[in-house]
Write a protein that binds this ligand. Structure first.
Ligand code: ADP
Ligand code: ASP
Ligand code: MG
Length: 437
């Protein structure tokens, strides 16, 4: 039996939802369906989730909700009409309830979740499947933390009582008190993985708009080659490092149950896509893929005799802990240590951070560099082949890209380099040319 998750581009319009339905109907094992909110129909289109979050934010500034929700309602009316399910779904009542819910909500999560909820209702009505609201089966703690084990228990019990196909909205769940909570953006992938684990699926099919996991971001590299097979660990590295075709947290539930993930293209269903499997698969393949993201800052901390100072790192990291910040990398030299953090972690608190560092470890020098990008070159094969790092560095120097930091984990599953943000695209293309093309 299969769990299938369909992403935003697959659910974008009545026409694409009909494609989704025909994929589901083509295989009786496709019984548990998880869906995203309608995404973009064309490049400049707005995702429903973005419109809902915008409606929440603007309503807080005084704009009437009815006018903010009108275009969202129109889009769903269009979909309902295309699918011929207008009679089955009372959009007028649902939007009154959404308006009241958003007005009463102290956090944006309720608003954000409504796209997935309606999208699932539409598909369920069209297919004649049961609609199961994620609030019944996906549980968050009051602080917003996802409760994995409790969710697994209740989802398993709840779904085992259902006969026939079900459609479940992705992205959200609720606290035990009934408050709606969402995962981070792209989180419908996580819901799909949770349901796959709960029902002990044979496979988790993740349907999107590309022919599987590609060796690089297709928005940066022209026509990158697909990756036919990927290990769980390679997936985790690549998705965490920015290959956002799959949410980086979707690996955890399926890993617990050893369920393979198959990434497939809704718009080319016969393409085999990518299979993601436990264990190391291809020692002979040097590089599996390249991923990266922009928006990092490095803070170089220099102090003579740092190396002899017992407790230096602990004192430094306690500054981050007190500010509730997590760091990405911490490469060190003899008398230097460099913290690499995402801009989003620092928020507006750079001054507090540097002040805290000065107070905690009395450095001789602190130097900040902003606008950095991190690029990960990932593959199990690297551990077996000397000279990979030197090829990588040569490829970057050939195109004039200066490397600001290097981090190779001892697992030799990846090499991560930091480059200036403006060199990001050039660097990814150079690495792609060197190893993949
Ligand atoms: P969905 O709405 O189906 O969840 P997403 O937009 O979240 O789809 O993810 C698919 C997109 O991820 C692709 O259209 C592509 O632009 C982007 N992407 C980035 N890196 C990769 C990669 N390595 N392989 C495939 N797609 C990638
Ligand atoms: N609709 C949500 C988002 O845009 C979740 C998802 O699509 O996975 O982030
Ligand atoms: Mg996605």
């Amino acid at each position: 039996m299969k769990v299938c998750k369909f992403g935003g581009s697959s659910m974008a319009s009545g026409e694409t939802i009909k494609r989704v339905a025909s994929i589901i109907r083509a295989d009786a094992d496709r019984k548990y369906i998880v869906v995203s909110a309608p995404g973009k129909r064309f490049a400049k289109d707005i995702k429903i989730t973005d419109s809902l979050l915008n409606a929440y934010a603007e309503s807080r500034k005084g704009t009437p909700l009815k006018s903010l929700l009108a275009p969202i309602r129109e889009r769903f009316e269009g979909i309902a009409k295309d699918l011929g399910v207008e009679e089955k779904i009372n959009l007028s009542a649902i939007f009154t309830e959404i308006e009241q819910g958003i007005a009463a909500s102290p956090i944006p999560d309720f608003a954000a979740a409504q796209g997935e909820r309606l999208s699932a209702m539409m598909l369920a009505a069209y297919l004649g499947f049961a609609f199961v609201d994620a609030r019944e089966i996906v549980r968050f703690a009051d602080n917003g933390q996802f409760n994995a084990e409790y969710t697994n228990d209740i989802a398993r019990k709840y779904l085992s009582k259902k006969e026939g196909g079900v459609v479940i909205p992705g992205f959200y769940g609720s606290t035990s008190g009934g408050q709606i909570r969402t995962f981070s953006r792209g989180g419908s992938d996580v819901t799909g993985a949770i349901i796959a684990r709960a029902v002990k699926a044979d496979i988790y099919e993740n349907w999107t708009d590309v022919n599987g996991f590609l060796t690089a971001d297709p928005r940066i590299v022209e026509n990158p080659k697909p990756i036919p097979e990927l290990s769980y660990r390679e997936l985790r590295e690549l998705s965490y490092m920015g290959a956002n075709v799959l949410h980086p947290e979707s690996i955890f539930p399926v890993r617990k149950a050893n369920i393979p993930i198959n990434i497939k293209n809704t718009f080319e269903p016969e393409n085999p896509g990518t299979m993601i499997l436990p264990g190391v698969l291809h020692h002979d393949r040097l590089i599996t893929g390249i991923a990266g993201k922009k928006g990092f800052v490095s803070i170089l901390i220099e102090k003579s005799m740092m190396n002899n100072e017992i407790g230096f790192t602990r004192k430094l990291l306690s500054v981050l802990e007190n500010l509730n910040m997590s760091f990405e990398h911490l490469p060190s030299g003899i008398d230097t240590m460099t913290l690499i953090l995402a801009d989003t972690e620092i928020g507006g608190k750079m001054q507090e951070l540097v002040g805290g560092i000065r107070e905690a470890v009395s450095p001789d020098r602190v130097e900040i560099q902003s606008d950095l990008a991190l690029i990960a070159t990932v593959g199990h094969g690297m551990a077996y082949k000397p000279g990979t790092a030197s090829r990588l560095f040569t490829a970057l120097s050939r195109v004039g890209v200066n490397i600001k930091m290097i981090d190779q984990g001892s697992s030799e599953l990846n090499i991560i380099v930091a480059v200036s943000g403006e060199d990001y695209e050039k660097a990814i293309n150079a690495i792609y040319e060197e190893f993949i093309n």
